[in-house]
Design a protein around this ligand. Structure first.
Ligand code: FEO
Length: 169
């Protein structure tokens, strides 16, 4: 049985993951309107991944005898300036998500909930990967600079970084 404090913290994380999915969906749509097919595919897939992160939490909370609560989400931005700014925002967002996961792990230790602590280790590893991926993309964008043909190649290359969400469960 989940302690109320743990359930509340996990439900907050459900909202964080849902909000991430929503933001990346907005990024996907914006990139699509800019004609960047690869970037938009990457963002659509990333949005799906975040939904999977959310669902995993929902199932875990309910399996442990709790009740996963689906909360309203804030509207994401409509446009994102430039690709550099958009990926910078993605990186900043992932750093914030990592902090949120770390806080959650901390609460589990305080409450001696080792089952939830164990469950969360998947998220800890996932955040290391997600931050590294975002950093890697930002490095590539910095190398491109203002080179238009570089962006064309980048848009193609980024398709290789798309992972199917089900591969991760
Ligand atoms: Fe589910 Fe990208 O954090």
């Amino acid at each position: 049985m989940l302690k109320p404090k743990i359930q509340e913290a996990l439900n907050k994380q459900v909202t964080v993951e849902a909000q991430s999915s929503q933001i990346y969906l907005a990024m996907a749509s914006w990139a699509e309107t800019q004609g960047f097919e690869g970037v938009s595919q990457f963002m659509y897939a990333h949005s799906d991944e975040e939904r999977m992160h959310m669902l995993k939490l929902v199932k875990f909370i309910n399996e442990r005898g709790g009740h996963a609560i689906i909360s309203p989400l804030a509207a994401p931005p409509v446009s994102f300036g430039s690709f550099k700014e958009m990926f910078q925002e993605l990186f900043n967002h992932e750093v914030a998500v990592s902090e949120s996961i770390n806080d959650l792990v901390d609460i589990c230790l305080q409450e001696k909930d080792y089952a939830t602590h164990n469950f969360l280790q998947w998220y800890v590893s996932e955040q290391i990967e997600e931050e590294a991926l975002a950093r890697n993309i930002l490095d590539k964008i910095s190398l491109i600079g203002d080179d238009k043909s570089g962006f064309y190649l980048f848009d193609n290359d980024i398709k290789q970084l798309i992972t199917a969400p089900e591969e991760e469960v």
